[in-house]
Write a protein that binds this ligand. Structure first.
Ligand code: NAD
Length: 418
């Protein structure tokens, strides 16, 4: 509430419950996740046991952003600790109340020999990155992601980069505009639009736009009342810098809904922009606020073209009553996540990985994916120290018979002959 004016329910849905679910799942499943995994053998290794051992990397650095300052700090922490690592946790200095809270409260509940919380911004993080870590998970912007990866490269430290970008949302002509408006507006306005996976812009025909705009107005009024500023359910922009940036974006295209702002309260009204040009700033940068531009395309083919001309997004949404259209969007595009006729729901499933592709990141986590991300999969073979006679066949000198046998034995998987 102090950092982002989040309502209690918003905080519960998007921060607390997700952390709690991750903790519960890790505690319940850890004995399974960490078991050695037996793998098949060939004739050469038939008398040995072959398996994968899940080992911790060592010391993991987790760098978090400010928009979900509890979730994006603790959910990776759960995975890293579950996998047996020690953790240096670097919350965002921008959500300063949560930063202080984590530094104060976490040591009360967790074994202090397994983690530490480092406070500070870019300068302190730059110094921190001079140290050698065994793994780094970074959540933040693609720009800083490149800085992190460069620093990690000096030590050949593996990284998971959870980045952002512009998430397209295609709305087909064959749709119920009110249903789409409800689902999109809710997700776009959650946390005042400061959500990495929120729909960043709409792609639809001019005809659908004419039906969608009144439906969006109706959804905004229904959710936040006639004066959204006084709604307890609408968040605020994190700080002056981001407020100013968003205020600048309100000049793009034409305001169809909203457009109001109040600097003293860091308030930006839920806003829909139409007649936007591709070259305008609102279509060039990640919006990260409650502003939703609509771009016009003729149909799914043009939408696919539009999307494929850009960086691969973190999330992609398609709304249509026609499952073939949804399937086309899924088949012909690429993104970290995809949701058909839905917005937020996929995030609530720890059974699905969260992660980007290309400019929106690399690697994944959540649930078992977190455990796997923070575990080194060590290949192990344990052979019998005796039975040397059986090995004779592989040593030189190589007769024609030996060569044939070795070639055959190496290609022979899951053999039960011996
Ligand atoms: P940011 O990249 O500015 O900062 C993220 C972290 O990096 C912070 O802890 C900050 O202290 C640190 N940092 C900033 N500049 C640095 C530098 N020069 N050197 C070293 N460390 C530095 O991102 P942000 O503004 O906190 O968050 C918004 C961005 O994060 C958006 O792009 C959003 O899409 C993305 N995001 C992605 C996900 C995801 O799961 N993929 C989730 C949330 C946010």
């Amino acid at each position: 509430m102090k950092d982002l004016h989040k309502s209690a329910l918003d905080s519960n849905i998007s921060e607390l419950i997700m952390c709690q679910n991750e903790v519960d799942l890790a505690i319940k499943s850890l004995h399974c996740w960490m078991k050695d995994e037996s793998v098949s053998t060939n004739l050469f290794t038939k008398l040995s046991s072959a398996f994968i051992r899940k080992e911790p990397y060592g010391v993991v650095l987790i760098i978090a952003p400010w928009n979900y300052p509890l979730n994006l700090t603790l959910v990776p922490l759960v995975g890293a600790l579950a996998a047996g690592n020690c953790v240096v946790l670097k919350p965002s200095e921008v959500s300063k109340n949560m930063e202080q809270f984590l530094a104060k409260v976490l040591p009360r509940y967790l074994d202090q020999s397994t983690f530490t919380v480092m406070l500070g911004g870019p300068e302190e993080t730059t110094q921190l990155l001079e140290n050698r870590f065994d793994y780094i998970l970074f959540t933040g912007s693609p720009h800083v992601g490149k800085i992190i990866m460069t620093a990690a490269a000096k030590h050949l430290t593996p990284v998971t980069l959870e980045l952002g970008g512009k998430n397209p949302c295609y709305v087909d002509d064959d749709c119920n505009p009110q249903t789409v408006a409800n689902r999109v507006i809710w997700f776009r306005c959650l946390n005042a639009g400061q959500t990495c996976v929120a729909p960043d812009y709409i792609l639809c025909s001019r005809e659908m736009q004419d039906r969608l705009v009144p439906a969006m107005q109706s959804a905004i009024t229904r959710f936040y009342g006639d004066d959204p500023k006084s709604s307890p359910d609408l968040g605020r922009i994190i700080n002056q810098k981001h407020f100013k940036r968003l205020q600048g974006l309100l000049d793009c295209g034409r305001v169809a809904i909203g457009g109001q702002s109040d600097e003293t309260e860091l308030y930006i009204a839920p806003t829909v922009l139409v007649d936007v040009q591709e070259t305008e700033p609102v279509m060039q940068e990640e919006i990260f606020g409650p502003i939703l531009p609509i771009m016009n395309v003729q149909g799914p083919d043009e939408a696919v073209d539009f999307i494929r001309r850009r960086e691969k997004p973190l999330a992609l949404y398609a709304f249509s009553n026609d499952s073939e259209v949804v399937d086309q969007m899924l088949q012909q595009t690429s993104s970290g996540s995809f949701a058909g006729n839905e917005g937020f729901a996929f995030l609530t499933l720890p059974s699905l990985p969260l992660g980007g592709i290309g400019n929106s990141g690399m690697g994944r986590y959540h649930g078992k994916f977190s455990f796997d991300t923070f575990s080194h999969y060590r290949s192990c073979v344990l052979a019998n120290p005796g039975l040397e006679k059986l090995n004779d066949i592989r040593y030189p000198p190589y007769s024609e018979r030996k060569k044939q046998f070795i070639t055959w034995a190496l290609g022979f998987q899951n053999c039960t002959l011996l």
